[in-house]
Design a protein around this ligand. Structure first.
Ligand code: GRF
Length: 203
């Protein structure tokens, strides 16, 4: 059994895609325990409640480990720990401290709207359009101490169309994100992700 904690800051559509996937497919060996938001106004909080998942907000001004230790206290209160837990970042707008990453080593995942290592950081869809690439997409990766730099678990490509805007491209990427992220969570729970250095092998 994997105890799942999801960290959000906003809309929470990726969080919802995971919760919906678990519910629709009756996946009993992943238990969503807690959704934590860094912002009290995050739309995702209401969505989580709709699925009956407890929610918490940590919106104080502390930084680094001071902030993350509060998050970890909540995760552990809900039994999402480094032995049985998985932490999914889903539009979570904070960088994790090295202490957090080390404590939950290869048990924290993130979804990013580009084909990493291209266009890390914010506004990746705009960066892809501005650069003029013909193909972009989304990436699910384990979180390491850098920015969007951890081992890649899976990617999906999306064609960039000549008439794309930030909105149209983001929308098509998001559709793929909602397919990719739940699948990676499932693979993790089935212990099918083998990390060898930077490579993640799906067994
Ligand atoms: C997504 O595009 C995700 O890839 C990025 O932030 C956005 C979050 O959207 N990390 P949502 O909150 O999951 O709807």
């Amino acid at each position: 059994m994997i105890n799942l904690g999801i960290l959000i800051s906003g809309r929470g559509s990726n969080m919802e895609s995971i919760l919906n996937f678990l519910k629709e497919n009756n996946i009993a060996d992943i238990c969503p325990k807690i959704v934590i938001s860094s912002k009290p106004e995050a739309e995702g909080l209401k969505k989580a409640s709709k699925y009956g998942v407890p929610t918490r907000v940590v919106s104080n001004n502390s930084k680094g480990w001071d902030y993350d230790s509060e998050i970890i206290n909540i995760l552990q209160e809900y039994d999402v720990n480094p032995e049985n837990g998985l932490v999914c970042l889903a539009g979570y707008m904070r960088l994790l401290s090295p202490e957090f990453v080390r404590k939950y080593k290869m048990r924290i995942m993130n979804i990013h709207p580009s084909l990493l290592p291209s266009f890390p950081g914010l506004n990746s869809q705009k960066k892809a359009l501005d650069y003029g690439v013909k193909v972009t997409g989304c990436t699910v990766h384990f979180v390491d101490e850098g920015l969007d730099s951890g081992p890649v678990i899976a990617q999906k490509h999306v064609a960039v169309l000549d008439n794309d805007t930030f909105e149209t491209l983001s929308e098509r990427i998001l559709i793929q994100e909602h397919i990719l992220y739940p699948n990676c969570v499932k693979l993790f729970s089935e212990k099918r992700l083998l990390v060898e250095g930077r490579r993640v092998i799906v067994t």
